[in-house]
Write a protein that binds this ligand. Structure first.
Ligand code: NAD
Ligand code: DAU
Length: 341
């Protein structure tokens, strides 16, 4: 009989892509456990309502009593729920520490107390390693790189990451950690650089480029990330951590120029704005461990084609974008799951 996977944060960008990926490519049932913060958008999964293999549970990971029953029915956990935006964490870190550290601890505790808990995958981030210099380009994060998080967001993710490690070491829980680079693709909340810039350019507005635009990120298509998470779920070593990346490093200025080109705008649309506080200069991932040990490699991330397809998705899905920008998306839950729905 197919297993049941509990996915936390399934109404977010990566979670919604992951749920669709699992339902299309695999045979498990999925329970989506999500608090529906500003970043949770059930419109991204509107087509799955009524799917017998999909279920939504509205709960906060910080309130274990509210999801004990759902946890009891799950065979394994993919833990993605988090406050995820670096700029928000700089403005106010408190929700980040609460959800990403305390929430992860409460979820881990609830999971380990259950009978025969299965695998628990903690979806961490490359930001736990801190930052790299621009040169030498051969220097990349490996799983042995000391953790050195720089932003409140990165600290909070490092706390969750280390808790997952500790619950394996201390209680023997079957935890595995993934540390991925920047994702791009459909259904990303337009506070993150790619959907923010694309939506602005489509609407004829300027794009706010931080500082000189020299910071470098390693971009991976979200479905390649989903495939890697599933490879770790299936074949990852217990207690291990796996880097995930696309070997696709771009400066923000290079990315911005590609987006201008794809949206038919010129450089007058770039608005230079003050730099992010403590802005990490460069992230670069050495993904040889997951490649060599689990046989995973990215197949959907090559630019310019994958970036062009993503821009096209935002051009074609104006209703989804407009509802996010106007706040209309927050009414979807009430309208479709509330009393009388
Ligand atoms: P997102 O902000 O788009 O989605 C987060 C989801 O978590 C939302 O649906 C939100 O409602 C839910 N959530 C937040 N707090 C919650 C709580 N207390 N209880 C239950 N649900 C809650 O984030 P994303 O970009 O999809 O990232 C998902 C995970 O992947 C995060 O853990 C993030 O740290 C990690 N990650 C993201 C990237 C990236 O490039 N986006 C890269 C590497 C790792
Ligand atoms: O590396 C993985 C991380 O990638 C994830 O853990 C985070 O959850 C995810 O948000 C992302 O973090 P970043 O800070 O790298 O992503 P963001 O889209 O916010 O910014 C990408 C780069 O673009 C960064 O160098 C800052 C710059 N930027 C961002 C925004 C929002 C701008 O120049 N202007 C902007 O308006």
């Amino acid at each position: 009989m197919p297993q049941t996977i509990l996915i936390t944060g399934g109404a977010g960008f990566i979670g919604s892509n992951l749920i669709r990926y699992i339902l299309e490519e695999r045979d498990e049932r999925v329970i989506n456990l999500d608090a529906l913060t500003y970043a949770g958008n059930l419109e991204s999964l509107a087509d799955l309502r009524g799917n017998p293999r999909y279920e939504f549970v509205h709960a906060d990971i910080c309130e274990p009593d509210k999801y004990a029953e759902a946890l009891g029915r799950a065979d394994c956990v993919l833990h993605l729920a988090a406050e995820s935006h670096v700029d928000r964490s700089i403005h106010d870190p408190s929700a980040f520490l609460h959800t990403n550290i305390v929430g992860t601890q409460l979820l881990l505790d609830a999971w380990r107390r259950k009978e025969n808990p299965g695998r628990f995958v903690y979806v961490s981030t490359d930001e736990v390693y801190g930052t790299l210099p621009l040169e030498p380009t051969s220097l990349k994060f490996t799983e042995q790189t000391p953790l050195s998080p720089n932003s409140p967001y990165a600290v909070s993710k490092t706390g969750g990451d280390m808790l997952a490690r500790a619950y394996h070491h201390t209680y023997g829980l079957d935890t595995v950690i993934t540390r991925c680079s920047n994702n791009f693709g459909p259904y990303q909340f337009p506070e993150k650089v790619i959907p923010l810039f694309v939506n602005n350019l489509i609407e004829g507005k300027p794009v706010p480029l931080y500082g000189e635009g020299k910071n470098v990120r390693d971009w991976l298509h979200v479905l390649d990330h989903c495939e890697a998470i599933c490879a770790v779920l299936d074949k990852g070593g217990t207690g291990e951590a796996y880097n995930i990346g696309g070997d696709n490093e771009r400066s923000n200025l290079e990315l911005t120029r590609m987006l201008l080109d794809l949206c038919g705008r010129d450089e007058s649309f770039i608005k230079r704005v003050p730099d992010r506080l403590g802005h990490d200069l460069r992230y670069a991932i050495d993904a040889s461990k997951i490649r060599d040990e689990l046989g995973w490699r990215p197949t959907r991330s090559a630019w310019p084609d994958a970036l062009e397809a993503t821009v096209e998705w935002y051009k074609q899905n104006r209703t989804w974008c407009d509802h996010v920008r106007s706040g209309e998306y927050r009414r979807f839950y009430e309208q479709n799951y509330g009393p009388g729905a």
